[in-house]
Write a protein that binds this ligand. Structure first.
Ligand code: MLT
Length: 275
């Protein structure tokens, strides 16, 4: 059952699966749960939170290893991240929600589909892909973990920013670039390396696509390089109840580069779901 009761207060922390997870909980109505990209944190959803929390209950969380959540030095998996998401929903007494996951957040949504399909009312898969890493991709993750360990998160920011944002954003929006840099630099090395291992080990989710039965919205920035429109079209071609939106003038972090378009797509999708 979807909780549609009165507004919840802004909450910041909960003990979930033996660690502290930080989150925001704003608004009332159909819950929308936002899962951020690697290696960012829940503040990447600030525009969506502001725009959508007058009509929905908007929950953003720092995944294990990020932002204000704990970053234990141990093995990370995407299944464990899905367990954390569901642990938080249980803590908030939310049975079903619409989940919005961008890139790594989308990988976690595939893990959620495998184990917790009954908790999903609708899915928004943004700038993500169903395929597993190639051997070359896994090797690059290994190298990035070594960079993080030897040189720290700011060296990871140097590598990631040109992959996350378009050249024109990097040239013309220094405040947005700084915001992304601060998010990356705020993470601990244990979390960055843990995520890299988790993503490298994730299974191929292409065979899962045909089994996703909930309504699904796919979003991709037209200039996304890490997860280009071709990956979005592959998902759209196989998930039965799906629609695809390509956002112009946006790269990988389409919700940050075109926040209004992104929020409008999520709003229209959530309003269109059966009540
Ligand atoms: C992300 O934005 O979460 C990452 O680019 C995902 C990845 O590295 O595969």
């Amino acid at each position: 059952m979807v909780r549609t009761s009165q507004p919840t207060e802004l909450t910041v922390q909960a003990q979930i699966n033996g660690i502290t997870l930080a989150f925001n909980d704003q608004g009332a109505g159909l819950p929308l749960v936002f899962l951020h990209a690697f290696p960012l944190n829940r503040t990447m959803w600030a525009d969506q939170e502001q725009s959508l929390s007058s009509q929905f209950r908007v929950i953003t969380m720092d995944l294990r290893g990020h932002g204000e959540s704990d970053a234990p030095l141990w093995r990370y998996t995407l299944d464990q991240a899905a367990d954390d998401v569901i642990g938080l929903l249980n803590h908030l007494s939310i049975q079903q929600a619409v989940f919005v996951g961008l890139s790594m957040g989308g990988y976690i949504l595939f893990a959620l589909c495998r184990t917790y399909a009954d908790r999903i009312k609708g899915l928004v898969l943004a700038d993500t892909r169903a395929q597993a890493d190639t051997a070359e991709g896994k090797a690059a993750r290994f190298q990035m973990a070594q960079t993080a360990y030897r040189k720290g998160p700011s060296a990871v920011a140097d590598i990631m920013i040109p992959k996350l944002l378009s050249p024109s954003t990097i040239q013309t929006k220094p405040e947005l670039v700084q915001r992304v840099r601060r998010m990356i630099e705020g993470n601990q090395i244990s979390g960055i390396a843990g995520d890299l291992m988790a993503m490298a080990e994730r299974p191929d989710s292409v065979p899962l696509l045909k089994q996703i039965t909930c309504p699904t919205q796919i979003i991709v920035g037209e200039d996304d390089l890490p997860t280009p429109p071709a990956d979005a079209k592959l998902m759209a071609g196989q998930i039965p109840d799906t629609r695809l939106a390509v956002i112009p003038a946006a790269a990988h972090l389409s919700n940050l580069e075109q926040p209004d378009s992104f929020s409008e797509i999520v709003r229209a999708f959530a309003f269109g779901l059966p009540r």
